[in-house]
Design a protein around this ligand. Structure first.
Ligand code: GLU
Length: 319
């Protein structure tokens, strides 16, 4: 299931913020590592704004994310590309899946459908769908998309295996874990799993770098690549998250670590990157450093394979 290496085509990665809130320290760490990997290896970088989660999208959060990335000293080659700007590729994928009898309509609860719009994060309590609406005979699968129905994809019982460059060999049974998952909402909006698959394929993404709360989503996406006959990325890099002292994913309850807040409090990008570089084992002490300067020291092997426990410390993340 991997793309053959072709040295003549450059590798491509993406920075894919969701404008559902301001970027925080955890996002900054993942984006910094993604950017450094790309720069070090000569990959192109696409900036993709994942703005399909309309109920949770906040006005202006896209502009702020772009400002935050620039403030950090990160750059990109293409974009920003906004997912919501053109829904036709997602519609085509849905039509193809429907035509091949791979998806079926489902009368789900509003809550489940809304949840499918965003990337499932650590701690999301995903329940397995028991297949209630799954058609019993292939004939019933010849169905065309209707506006008032959500759509689920038929997931086989087989395991999906893949190699992760950071987390090592992986094996997931998507049917046992979440069952036939949602690929579109009742309004025909693509769910996160479908949108990210279609985009990574059409943007020629060879290297997906993101938080390891999306490791199991990778197995779901690999099913969609197969069912849509699309070429999956060559490599997956899932990075350990930043957690609070309670071991949970960094969030508001751990103090305000939004980059905009730190910036307003007078923290410089170099101070923040110095802290992140230290957390990545790239420096022995916490000292200001720019993203560009850090590049020569960047070494993925040094990054701890366990979550980084962030301890609030003035002025960074002062409560
Ligand atoms: N936009 C997603 C997020 O911010 C990332 C999705 C991905 O990298 O696949 O959580």
């Amino acid at each position: 299931m991997t793309r053959p290496e072709d040295p003549s085509t450059p590798c491509v990665t993406r920075l894919a913020p969701s404008p559902t809130g301001a970027l925080h320290l955890g996002n900054a760490r993942t984006f910094l590592i993604n950017w450094a990997l790309a720069k070090q290896r000569g990959w192109r970088i696409v900036l993709r704004i994942e703005d399909l989660d309309t109920p949770r999208t906040k006005t202006g959060a896209d502009v702020l994310a772009i400002e935050d990335l620039a403030w950090l000293g990160l750059d990109w080659d293409d974009g920003p590309v906004y997912q919501a700007a053109d829904l036709s590729s997602y519609q085509e994928a849905l039509t193809r899946l429907a035509g091949n009898g791979r998806i079926y309509p489902c009368a789900c609860t509003r809550k489940q459908v809304l949840e499918a719009l965003s990337a499932p994060q650590e701690g999301a309590h995903e329940r397995r769908y028991p297949g209630t609406c799954r058609p019993k005979t292939p004939m019933q699968r010849q169905h065309h998309a209707r506006e008032d129905e959500a759509w689920r994809v038929i997931i086989p019982e087989d395991d999906i295996n893949f190699h992760d460059e950071v987390a090592g060999p992986q094996c997931f049974n998507v049917q046992a874990q979440v069952g036939d998952f949602l690929v579109a909402t009742k309004a025909g909006l693509p769910a996160y799993q479908l949108a990210v698959t279609v985009d990574d394929a059409r943007q020629g993404v060879t290297d997906v770098v993101r938080g390891d709360d999306l490791l199991d989503s990778t197995a779901r996406q690999l099913w969609l690549y197969r069912l849509l006959n699309l070429t999956p990325p060559r490599r997956w890099w899932h990075l350990p998250l930043v957690v609070g002292e309670d071991g949970r994913r960094l969030a508001k309850r751990h103090g305000d670590t939004r980059l905009a807040t730190l910036r307003a409090a007078g923290v410089s990008a170099e101070q923040l990157i110095g802290l992140l570089a230290w957390s990545c084992g790239l420096r022995q002490t916490i000292e200001p450093v720019s993203a560009a300067t850090l590049l020569s020291k960047f070494d993925l092997a040094k990054i701890p394979r366990s979550p980084w426990v962030f301890t609030p410390q003035p002025p960074l993340g002062a409560r």
